[in-house]
Design a protein around this ligand. Sequence first.
Ligand code: PGA
Length: 258
Amino acid sequence: MLKILIIANWKCNPTSAVEARNLFKAASEGIEDAKNVEVVICPPFVYLRNQELGSKNQGFKLGAQDCFWEQKGAYTGEVSPTMLKDLCCEYVIVGHSERRRYFGEDNDTINRKLKAALEAKLKPILCVGERHEEKEQMKEIVEMQLRECLKDINPTHLAKIIIVYEPVWAISSEQGDYCPPEYAFGAGLIIKRFINNNYGKSAAVEVKIIYGGSVDSKDAVSYIKEAKMDGVLVGRASLSGGEFVKIISSIAAISNFS
Ligand code: PGA
């Protein structure tokens, strides 16, 4: 059965391991009856120590929010994909708009990180999306990000990559504007067509495309049913155990999705 992806991006939160443990616990309780979803939690690096925080075997997968483009070496402060894999991470976010904005990451950097993540057998979660002032050129921006971030990627690897359409203007810490599902649907089509035209039909069928940007328990289902997304990336709403569990159960309740 095709599982709908629900990815939590905690960003630089919470500020204590006790709070992190509570969030892990709430999510794992919320997953108990949710059969058709794959929940991935992406906490800050320090909370990936699953044995200590009780995140192992709790029904969800772990992901990191970033990684370096080399596997090891003299790179002070960096965390490599191999280290993440060793910590039982299965996923890693690359190219989040906050990495682009605050840390100057460009498509070339993201491409290197994506390749390093694949090399370490992690599943990259690649974020693309236009800024508010680029709305008129959404198609061109998204296609350019895809072209440059996916440069020299083997088509067979597309099945392991999750592409997040995340319009920057819809992220809660930015304008937080509502992105109508039909708009997200259009962006999803643009991404699918790009993959089909550049990587072939089977890559386009297998690649997962999800939506991110102010998703909450009221609209999560609309991005699956109306926007035909394969899942959602949840930021702020994943920091409330109750709200995140509501998102999980609302999506798990959809029985006949396509
Ligand atoms: P948001 O964040 O749900 O708080 O808008 C999503 C993200 O930036 O990953």
